[in-house]
Design a protein around this ligand. Structure first.
Ligand code: GLA
Length: 378
């Protein structure tokens, strides 16, 4: 496990009662799962396409033991929040819904889940677009699998985690975040084909490291706009007579669509081509160009960027040793990621955060990680 990115993350993880205190004398099972940073391939997963996420060094840890009471008792040390619900009850709104979803979906597969006590702690930044919810779902499923001994491979586990998010947390997401949390590590990019769920671990371009900056901008529009984009992609695929936009081979093939479907489809088709090129193995300079092109496409054709994310990417590109930068995740706020020359990431990130925050009052961008060669080897 890599070290946490900052003292505030450390603080976040240690905020509440620790697992040993929570369980007392009772033995418990501990499992963790990471968040993700997507390097290339945005809004492609629900189009059956390709992507290249990396696991964050930060992770969520779930500790679990059988409960003597007939209830699920769940405590988040990070949020300082405790909830309980019975076998026939719904979990209260909030973080426990992701956990309840995992429990119910296992039960629907005829896996018996007895009453449990769970302790959750996380240093994955919450609400920054690094998939803290996928980390919670996957860590929960791993912990129950380890305690109860049922058979479930890592792909099935990701699919259940995704269904928990869709059916119980009400987020109509694709499969990238849960697959990344379940199968990626922070030393490689995970090449993922969302149609077949085939994966390959690929090296991050040589002599480079990553930096992630949380813009601090709330992602208020993200959920509604996300659903609109999904519907537009489905409409574009129908008009082009293909099962999914993944099946469109050339960017020119979308030109006969009317706006905005043409632009949406152009983003998805060109983004898939960028991922396929990167997965062939390109050097860091070319990978950076592909990231820049991805951002431009997300901004101009897919229209999921905001001026602050554009500004952060511009500042990053102008910084010493940065090969390329783009928004990462669904957009409308959240985080940006940059590929930097080894040794350049921390200084570039700190300088960009300082300049960005000085640019207008009330800004609170923060460095979430360098994934440096140091953290990669730990
Ligand atoms: C969110 C969703 C993912 C994916 C990205 C955009 O993170 O959860 O499934 O669609 O947005 O690439």
């Amino acid at each position: 496990m890599a070290k946490p990115a900052s003292h505030s993350d450390e603080h976040q993880r240690e905020a509440g009662m620790d697992a040993a205190t929570f369980f007392g004398a009772q033995p418990f099972t501990v499992q963790s799962a990471p968040g993700r940073v997507n390097l290339l391939g945005e809004h492609t997963d629900y189009n059956d396409g390709f992507m290249l996420p990396v696991a964050t060094p930060q992770s969520t840890t779930v500790s679990v033991a059988l409960n003597n009471n007939p209830e699920f008792e769940i405590y988040s040390a990070t949020l300082g929040s405790a909830v309980a619900f019975g076998q026939d009850d719904k979990a209260p709104e909030g973080f426990a819904q992701y956990i309840e979803g995992c429990i119910r979906l296992l039960q629907q597969r005829a896996i018996e889940i007895p009453p449990l006590r769970m302790h959750v702690t996380s240093n994955v930044p919450l609400g920054s677009g690094l998939s803290s919810s996928a980390a919670l779902e996957v860590a929960t499923l791993r912990a129950m699998r380890a305690l109860l001994g049922f058979e479930l491979d890592d792909r099935s586990l990701a699919l259940i985690a995704q269904q928990s998010e869709i059916q119980y947390a009400g987020v109509n997401c694709g499969i990238m975040d849960q697959m990344a949390s379940s199968l990626a590590d922070s030393e490689h990019m995970l090449f993922l084909d969302a149609r077949t769920l085939a994966t390959r671990l690929l090296p991050i371009p040589a002599d480079s490291e990553l930096i992630v900056i949380d813009s601090g901008m709330p992602r208020t529009l993200a959920a509604s706009a996300y659903n609109v984009r999904r519907a537009e992609c489905e409409a574009a695929a129908r008009e082009l007579g293909v099962q999914a936009l993944r099946d469109v081979a050339a960017v020119d093939d979308v030109e006969r669509l009317a706006p905005p479907l043409r632009e949406r489809a152009r983003h998805v088709v060109s983004e898939n081509l960028r991922v396929l090129e990167a997965a062939e193995g390109v050097d860091a300079a070319r990978f950076g160009e592909l990231m820049n092109a991805s951002h431009a496409s997300l901004r101009d054709d897919y229209e999921v960027s905001i001026p602050e994310l554009d500004e952060l990417c511009d500042l990053l590109r102008a910084a010493n040793g940065v090969h390329g930068a783009r928004l990462t995740g669904a957009g409308f706020g959240g985080a940006v990621v940059a590929l930097c020359r080894t040794g350049a990431a921390a200084a570039a990130g700190a300088a960009v955060v300082e300049r960005f925050n000085a640019g207008a009052s009330g800004r609170s961008a923060a460095l979430l990680l360098p994934i440096t060669t140091d953290t990669r080897t730990q």
